[in-house]
Design a protein around this ligand. Sequence first.
Ligand code: SF4
Length: 336
Amino acid sequence: MSESLAQPKVICPICPHACSLLPGQTGICGARHAVDGKVVETSHGLLSSIHVDPVEKKPLHHYYPGSGALSIGAFGCNLKCRGCQNASISQVRASDGDGFYIKPSEIVDIAISHQCRSVAYTYNEPIIWSEFAVETAHAVREAGLGNIMVTAGYVTDKTREWLFESMDAANVDLKGFSEEFYKTWAKASLGPVLETLEYLHQLPGFWLEITTLLIPGINDSNSMLESEFAWIVEHLGVDVPLHLSAFFPAYKATEIGSTPVETLFRAQSLAEKAGIRYVYLGNVPGMVNTKCPACGSVLIERHGYHTRICGMKDDKCASCGHAIAGVFVTSSPGRH
Ligand code: SF4
């Protein structure tokens, strides 16, 4: 009998890497392995971290601003970004992860006891532990709280539909705007990420924001930024908030310096010139306010992670009545 007949490989359906694994082998993400003809999570329910974070830290600035999000993370990642800002958990195999096991019902209890409005699947890439995220999300939704996914969006069509059915909001990392950049920096590809953004944008009642980490000399040229912002406006419109964040030297990219504040201002100006209405700078000190795109009034003041809603009436500008994109009402955090 040939080896391939004796030990059939199985293909993981979760992300476009489509790892083809023999029994016992682990995929590129380090968090899934083949067993009994399937590719499953290596450590279902093993977390690396759990914290109550302000929702602004995800970052989401238009989804229940000022509320708490119980944030959970695990181990591994299906992207291999050279300058990973979270390598101590993301570039670690789940089988080597020094964490703790927890049940979805315990996560819900912690979220409720800390008055969180939502649970966020974050810190490492939650797509690779979709089964546990979805199981938790069902319990979270049953308790009347919202589910937030913080993701790089590198996922197959099938998993995307199944996974985001249980989610209410997401911040998706759009890491750069060329296939070459995704290939060399992250060992992944841009196409599926753009498909995720378009899919989430059209999902009824779903709230989407985007983050781009600006890496000096790598993804911060005017031409790359202009292409990205033009794509966002054409495919997602002008109301999806965009967070432009500062990079810090990390992991295998310690030779690259931190993002100069001038780069952030230059990118912000290009994004606003392209027509994007809500552009925020991240990882820099100072005020990050939300202003009414119609009359310029300050609607939400933020200083660090202190948030004060000061110029809104329900989901409108209190001064001119302009409707502000987002989820602001205080009733239910689920799909609006
Ligand atoms: S989720 Fe992990 S195992 Fe599955 S295809 Fe992607 S990298 Fe491979």
